[in-house]
Structures are given as structure tokens and as C-alpha cells.
Design a binder for this molecule. Structure first.
Ligand SMILES: O=C(O)CCC(=O)C(=O)O
Length: 255
């Protein structure tokens, strides 16, 4: 999949682009089928909610642990647009499945992803793009990801000690451009700049809101000093292998 000139301009101006139903219901079914396997791992890459660790909040590194998530992570429908945006080959340095389960999930405070990678992984330059693949329907009620359009153009708002942004920065960006919830049916993909200000609220609905996030960094942007384990910052900085467009359906045919 190639982004159009208009979508690339949107990415530059607004810092995000939404690609509704990029993956088919059959492909989403294959991804859903893999989730119980990665949740069953219970290793350190599986993170619980602060107030109740038995409720899973997120799972890092599924692209290394599970063949379906490896195929999703290297999928040409995600890698090609990411490389178009970056203007060069990419490497995948982190994936995380944010589970946001029904009733019990908390949200994420306003932040820029790059600040986390700068602070914790030593990433030097914000030449990275995030893809979020909606595994469930994401709607106004179940805690959609909210972004502030154009806020990536404010540059890196450094916080050396935590992920949270100053409320004054969030307020000023939201006053200028508002806040947009990214919503869509399962299979939709949101691409966003690693500097865009974003966050999300709790999920108290009966509907889970699972999104699989992939962080693609420009290949030239590989000088990490990771302070965290491999599942936060994949040491493999080689170009991404090319997979076929039907690699998810092909996986299903092999089992
Ligand atoms: O999934 C969400 O609601 C927000 C996640 C997020 O911002 C993150 O993982 O950095």
C-alpha cells in the first residue's frame, strides 16, 4: 500500500493519517486468534494494570514471540507507508499490544512517544513513526487514542523524568488545534508521528479495545543506548524482511 500525496501531506501537517479497514475481517481474525498465546506468556514483557496486576494492560515484543505478530509487524501494508513517511528504509524497534480490556482498563496520560524512547532507549532523533492496528472496533466510548493535530510541529517537549507532559503544553496545543479521537472498525490502521501529543481515557465499557502498536524508526536513526530490556527496544536494526501481502491468510492456511 502506497500513501497518496494527499495522505503524505496530511501526515506532515497534522501528524497522523487514518487508514480505515486496511486489514480484512479474515486477517483480523487471524490476529485475534494469536492474542491468547501472547497473553499466556506471563513473562516480564507482560505488564499489568497498576491497581490490579492481574488485569493485563500491555504486552511488549509480540513480534519476536509469535509468528502471527511477526507477520503483522513486517506486513507490507504497514512497512511500506511507514517507509514512505520516513523517506528511507525502516527498522522495527518496538511493538506493544495495548489490551485495554472491558470494564477495568485505565488510560494513558498525555505524552509524546519520542520522549519515552529518548529518555529510556537513548534514541537521538525523532525520525520514527508509529502504526496502530485496531484489533477491535474503536469507538467514542471504549477509550480511543486521542491526538492533538499538528502538535508534532512543536518539537520534542523534553521531560527527563516521566512520560507526562506539562498540562500547560497540552492546553496550548489543544487550544490551537482541538483534540481528535482516532476511531474505526477492526482492521483500521492509524499512522502517527512520534512527536504528536496523544493519550487516552479509561475503558469502562463492556467492549475491549485492543490496538497493536508498531514503532518504526528510520534505518539511519539507529544509535540507541537502551536502558531497558530487549522487548522495549529490539536490538535488531537490520532492514525489515519483505513479506507477501497475503502472509496472514497464508498463515491460517498452514494450521
Ligand atoms: O493505547 C492507548 O490508548 C495509548 C497508548 C499510548 O499512547 C502508548 O502506548 O504510548
Amino acid at each position: 500500500v502506497q500513501l497518496t500525496g494527499g495522505q503524505l501531506a496530511e501526515m506532515r501537517e497534522r501528524g497522523f493519517v487514518l487508514l480505515p479497514s486496511l486489514f480484512s475481517p479474515d486477517e483480523v481474525q487471524v490476529i485475534r486468534g494469536a492474542i491468547p498465546r501472547v497473553l499466556a506468556s506471563r513473562g516480564p514483557e507482560v505488564i499489568g494494570e497498576d491497581d490490579d496486576p492481574s488485569v493485563i494492560k500491555m504486552v511488549f515484543g509480540a513480534h519476536v514471540q509469535d509468528d502471527v505478530f511477526r507477520r503483522v509487524s513486517f506486513h507490507p501494508r504497514l512497512v511500506e507507508p511507514a517507509e514512505q513517511i520516513l523517506g528511507e528504509s525502516a527498522h522495527l524497534f518496538q511493538t506493544r499490544l495495548n489490551v485495554k480490556p472491558a470494564f477495568r482498563a485505565t488510560g494513558w496520560p498525555w505524552h509524546q512517544d519520542f520522549n519515552q524512547w529518548y529518555r529510556q532507549d537513548g534514541m537521538q532523533t525523532p525520525r520514527a513513526v508509529v502504526a496502530g492496528l485496531f484489533v477491535d472496533d474503536v469507538n467514542a466510548c471504549n477509550g480511543p487514542l486521542m491526538v492533538i493535530p499538528g502538535s508534532h510541529r512543536r518539537g520534542h517537549l523534553v521531560n527527563e523524568v516521566s512520560m507526562e507532559l506539562d498540562e500547560a503544553d497540552v492546553e496550548s496545543a489543544a487550544r490551537e488545534s482541538g483534540i481528535v479521537p482516532l476511531m474505526g472498525p477492526p482492521g483500521t490502521v492509524a499512522l502517527f508521528d512520534c512527536l504528536i501529543i496523544h493519550g487516552s481515557a479509561a475503558n469502562i465499557t463492556p467492549w475491549p479495545r485492543r490496538i497493536f502498536y508498531l514503532n518504526f524508526s528510520a534505518l539511519s536513526n539507529h544509535e540507541f543506548r537502551p536502558l531497558r530490556e530487549w522487548f522495549h527496544c529490539d536490538p535488531d536494526v537490520r532492514p525489515i524482511p519483505r513479506l507477501a501481502d497475503d502472509c496472514l491468510l497464508e498463515w491460517r492456511a498452514t494450521v
